[in-house]
Write a protein that binds this ligand. Sequence first.
Ligand SMILES: NC(=O)c1ccc[n+]([C@@H]2O[C@H](COP(=O)([O-])OP(=O)(O)OC[C@H]3O[C@@H](n4cnc5c(N)ncnc54)[C@H](OP(=O)(O)O)[C@@H]3O)[C@@H](O)[C@H]2O)c1
Length: 254
Amino acid sequence: MILVTGGTGTLGQHVVPLLRETGADLRILTRQTRPGQFTGDLETGQGLDEALDGVDVVLHLAGSAKNDEQKALQLVRAANRSQKPHIVYISVVGCERIPVRSAVDRGMFGYFQQKRAAEVVIEKSGLPWTTLRATQFHDLTWKVAEGAAKLPVMPALAGVRFQPVETAEVARRLVDLVRGEPSGLRPDLAGPRVYAMAELFRIWLRATGRRRAVLSVRAAGGAYKAVRGGAVLPGRDADLGTVTWEDFLKVRAG
Ligand SMILES: NC(=O)c1ccc[n+]([C@@H]2O[C@H](COP(=O)([O-])OP(=O)(O)OC[C@H]3O[C@@H](n4cnc5c(N)ncnc54)[C@H](OP(=O)(O)O)[C@@H]3O)[C@@H](O)[C@H]2O)c1
């Protein structure tokens, strides 16, 4: 029995059909009330004991801009009250390398600190665990570009490079990890190419037929400095997907 948190999200919608194809018994946790799904909230802990009852593996995908440490804490507490399932967690590349100290750091990169804090909660939970760190999904990069294009000029962080990955490739890797033995921290998963942030926006503008100026902007703080130094790029032993940003856009933008 597998419980998927975040099964209703962008990544979850790729993972759930793949897991169903394997014939796995699935439960999906959501804050909504939907037929066939378990209602629960990882921030308050509500509904978790029922959702975890009889579960062998938890695929923990639920996340938001804030409070992922709290979500992980509630999850591992409830998991420890149940029959101690294997926790498979999706984290983000660079979360252990970005120092978040000031309010500016937190405002821009607090998400990475939360992902690392959630990793630590899971590592120290006493439960069997596996964590995969992925780079930014193409779906997210699209959302960021779309949001930036609402402004008169698209601001791109100067000197910052990303290696975005196809969400479906992350989903496939997670399915393998769910079906395998607990194996701790796995090699990073990233896309096949590195792009400057401004380049990601320019490629997106071409693919969607829009016209906007892209403006390189510098930010303050140690976290930005680390990111500019390549903290969000994968480690040397990373596994690389095959779908480039251009490939993704061909399908998404038509
Ligand atoms: N996007 C990226 O580029 C990227 C890169 C690396 C890692 N990740 C990680 O991948 C995971 C999935 O990302 P995504 O882009 O698929 O996210 P998403 O589309 O924003 O979906 C978030 C999911 O989390 C669930 N959720 C949020 N708060 C919850 C709470 N308090 N209790 C229970 N469920 C809650 C939501 O469920 P309901 O709304 O149905 O309740 C939803 O299914 C996240 O952990 C994220 O940090 C993302």
